[in-house]
Write a protein that binds this ligand. Sequence first.
Ligand code: OAD
Ligand code: ZN
Length: 249
Amino acid sequence: DEIRFAAGAIRDADSVVAMTGAGVSTPSGIPDFRSEGGIWSEYDPMDFHISRFEADPEGFWSERVELVEDAFGGDAAPNPAHEALAGLEADGHLDGLITQNIDGLHQDAGNEEVIEVHGNGQRVACRNCTTRYEAEGVMERVQAGAVPPRCPSCEGLLKPDVVLFGEELPEYPLFRAQSLAERADLFLVVGSSLTVEPAASFPRTAADAGATLCIVNLDRTDLSDRAEYDFRADVTDILPALQDAVRKG
Ligand code: OAD
Ligand code: ZN
């Protein structure tokens, strides 16, 4: 069946690269962005533009920072799809895992080569000296009225260490993701609508360079027509079965 064929392609590929989106974490209780009841049905994306942050950092930290906490997921735990991706890497079948998520669940599951292209909600960064801090301590100060929070070492403005609309992706993760995509023989997309650039360009780059495309996503994506393996099903149904089939050969 389809799972067995896809597993064979993963085994045969010299370089397998995966990219995940919010759909890999919905089974862990973290909402995605564009499904019904997703984050964009509660918040206005325009409020999360970098120009809006710069114009009104107080408002961001007092009223809008909850989105970062929602997408970060608090004490959410990895689910069987995260575990399967960690298993693929441990077995030597995954060169790198690009994620658009800011929840850190891939690291919690045990993946080592995780490329966070949209940052991580667990950290905040100083806009002036770029020092990073744990978000937890900063949030405590925010709740105690320190709005907007400032850098303990230079008094610069702190911002969650996540990519807002209108911001560039962090340089090294972007470079890593692009070079992994260019070298991939098989590119696995898991739980992403592939609507946000430049992240959506990674699987496109890989496919343009001849990689086999495998997509696991409940809804259709713009790249679905180009996917050799197109699973429109739950990530927790497909990924463990796929990993199992790769392992058994
Ligand atoms: P989206 O919400 O756009 O897409 C998530 C996709 O996952 C949808 O197409 C769902 O059908 C699918 N999905 C949800 N749960 C699933 C499940 N259990 N099994 C299989 N598929 C499932 O989220 P992303 O593609 O991650 O960026 O969004 C990309 C970026 O848009 C985010 O990183 C964020 C947002 O704006 C920034 O904030 C910079
Ligand atoms: Zn600073």
